[in-house]
Every structure is written in C-alpha cells, then in structure tokens.
Design a protein around this ligand. Sequence first.
Ligand SMILES: Cc1cc2nc3c(=O)[nH]c(=O)nc-3n(C[C@H](O)[C@H](O)[C@H](O)COP(=O)(O)O)c2cc1C
Length: 192
Amino acid sequence: MPVANPQALEFLLTRRSRPSKTLRAPAPDAEQLKVLLTAAARTPDHGKLEPWRFIVLQGDALQRMGKAAEACGARLGKDAEACAKAANAFATSPLCVAVIEVQKPSEKVPPVEQTYSAGAVCLALLNAALADGWGANWLSGWTSHDRGFITENLGLADNETVAGFIHIGTEGKAPPERPRPDLDAITTWVSE
Ligand SMILES: Cc1cc2nc3c(=O)[nH]c(=O)nc-3n(C[C@H](O)[C@H](O)[C@H](O)COP(=O)(O)O)c2cc1C
C-alpha cells in the first residue's frame, strides 16, 4: 500500500486559485521557479512524448506582451475593454509561465491525449505554486488562442499552441470560496 499523505490530500481538498488581478511582487526567483517547473513536468504523458514546454515571461517581457496585446487587439477589432483586459493581464503580472502544448507525431498517442497532458501540466504548475505558498492563476483569453499573436510574440511553431498562461506571485487578498460541484450530480457508481 502507498503511504498516506494527509497534508497533500488536505491541500488538494482546499486548494484555490488566486485571481491574477490580486497578485503582486515578489514572484518566485529562478531557483524557486525551477522547483515548480520540475513538479509540473512530472505529469502523466502517454508514450513519454513530452508534448509541452515552458516560456517564462518576466520583467520587460511582460510589458512587451502587454503592449503587443493592446496593439493586436485593436488590429483584430476587439473593443477597448477587451484590449485593456488582455494587456493588463501581462503588464500587471509579477511573473507568467506560458505552458506550450507541442504536438508530437505519434502512431500510438492521438493529438487529444497530448492536449490533455498539456492541460495537466498547467494544473500541476498551478498546484505546485499554490502548495509552495504563492498565489497563482491559470488564464487563457484570446491572446492564448490567436495564431498571429502567439506566433509573433512567443515565437511558436505551427505544431505549438498555448495551453495556458499561469500567473504566479504573492497573494494580495484571499478570494472567497467558489461554489464547488455537487459530487452526486457528476458521479455514476457502477458495480455490476
Ligand atoms: C483552460 C482554462 C482557462 C481559463 N481562463 C481563464 C481566464 O482567461 N480568465 C479567468 O478569469 N479565468 C479563467 N480560468 C478559470 C480560473 O483559472 C480558475 O478555474 C478559477 O479561478 C477557479 O480556480 P480554482 O478552482 O483553482 O479555485 C480558466 C481555467 C481554465 C481551466
């Protein structure tokens, strides 16, 4: 039998994202972040394809991304509010890890499984950051899906997409609990 880890279970039962708007400096430094990225990369991955990688955005890079989001949003005809929201997500972030899904050719592992694994990496990074006492939030938005924006500003190849932007920093204000799913409504028990 595996050894029980009640602290880890308690963490999983109570974990809660911290809205990115409430995150402040300091963010984890390089050594602290490497531990979190190592935990995130320890994620189920069918066929050991490693269909993901990380881009760490900090300092001037976040300001550059913010300006690019503002300009790109306007070019795409997004309204001023959508442009400002996308720009601020980067410009006010203490640190952001772009988790990149990298589709690998495989006869055994279909693309969707590689997508699931990239999503799992996002959650693993989020949870590692929270477990280490940081505030963290998984965001997407149009900047994560627009081909032009991610190619131009993150240098992604055609087989790459953004699985998530994980913002990490120091918690400003703890958010209220969020309603959680009704377990009975989403669970079917099958015994025969
Ligand atoms: C793929 C994905 C994208 C998300 N994008 C956003 C987003 O752009 N903006 C936002 O407010 N929440 C977004 N969320 C929701 C938050 O990350 C998070 O689920 C919510 O704050 C509750 O998190 P918790 O269960 O950890 O408390 C996204 C969640 C996922 C899984």
